[in-house]
Design a binder for this molecule. Structure first.
Ligand code: XMP
Ligand code: MG
Length: 181
C-alpha cells in the first residue's frame, strides 16, 4: 500500500493534532439545544468522524447518511440521491455534518438543504479537507475544516481510490502509475 504513495500531504501526527484542535473548537461552540448530532457522510468520513467525536469529549449522538450525486459540474445541487437517510429526529437540535472532502460541494449542498427542511436549531458543515481551488456548484462553505488541499486526488484516512487506501494512517497522493495500471 505504502509503495503506491507518491507523497504524504499530512502525516498521522499532523492529522491527530488538527482533529484534536477541531474537536475542542466544536465542543466549545455547541449551544446546548439538546444533544448535538454528528452526521457522517459515508463512506469517506468514517475514520475522521470516529476520531473527531472522541476529541470533542462531549455528550453527543452519531448517525450516518449515504448520498450519491449525479450529473456534471455545470448542474447545480438537486441531483443528489439520499441512499441512506438518518433515523434520528433533528428538530430543534444542533447538527454537525461530517464530510471527508469538500470538492464541488454538490453533495453537501443538497444534504444541508434537506436537513434544514427538518427544523434543526443549526446545521454546521465540518470537513476534513477543503479543495479550495475546486469548481463549486453552490456557495456552501465549511464551518469547520482541518486542512486545505489543492486540486489533486488524495487518499488515506478514509479517502479511497477504487475503494482502497482508506486505511492509510496519513493523507497522500498516489503515484501516477497506480491510476494508469
Ligand atoms: P462534492 O459533492 O463536494 O463531492 O463534489 C465530494 C466527494 O467527492 C469525492 N472526492 C474525492 N475522494 N479523493 C477522494 O478519495 C479526492 O481527492 C476526492 N475529491 C472528491 C469524495 O467522495 C467526496 O465526499
Ligand atoms: Mg464522500
Amino acid at each position: 500500500m505504502h509503495n503506491d504513495v507518491e507523497k504524504i500531504l499530512f502525516s498521522e501526527d499532523e492529522i491527530r493534532n488538527a482533529v484534536a484542535a477541531l474537536g475542542k473548537r466544536i465542543a466549545a461552540d455547541v449551544s446546548g439545544n439538546g444533544t448535538p448530532l454528528f452526521i457522517g457522510i459515508l463512506k469517506g468520513s468514517f475514520i475522521f468522524m470516529a476520531d473527531l467525536v472522541r476529541e470533542t469529549g462531549i455528550n453527543c449522538e452519531m448517525d450516518f447518511m449515504i448520498a450519491k450525486s449525479y450529473g456534471n459540474s455545470t448542474v447545480s445541487s438537486g441531483t443528489v440521491n439520499i441512499v441512506k437517510d438518518i433515523s434520528a429526529d433533528i428538530t430543534g437540535r444542533d447538527v454537525i455534518v461530517v464530510e471527508d472532502i469538500l470538492d464541488t460541494a454538490r453533495t453537501l449542498a443538497a444534504v444541508k438543504e434537506l436537513l434544514l427542511s427538518r427544523s434543526p436549531a443549526s446545521v454546521k458543515i465540518c470537513t476534513l479537507l477543503d479543495k479550495v481551488t475546486a469548481k463549486r456548484v453552490s456557495d456552501l462553505k465549511a464551518d469547520y475544516k482541518c486542512f486545505d488541499v489543492g486540486n489533486e486526488f488524495v487518499v488515506g484516512y478514509g479517502l479511497d481510490y477504487a475503494e482502497k487506501y482508506r486505511n492509510l494512517k496519513y493523507i497522500g497522493v498516489l503515484k501516477r502509475e497506480v491510476y494508469e495500471k
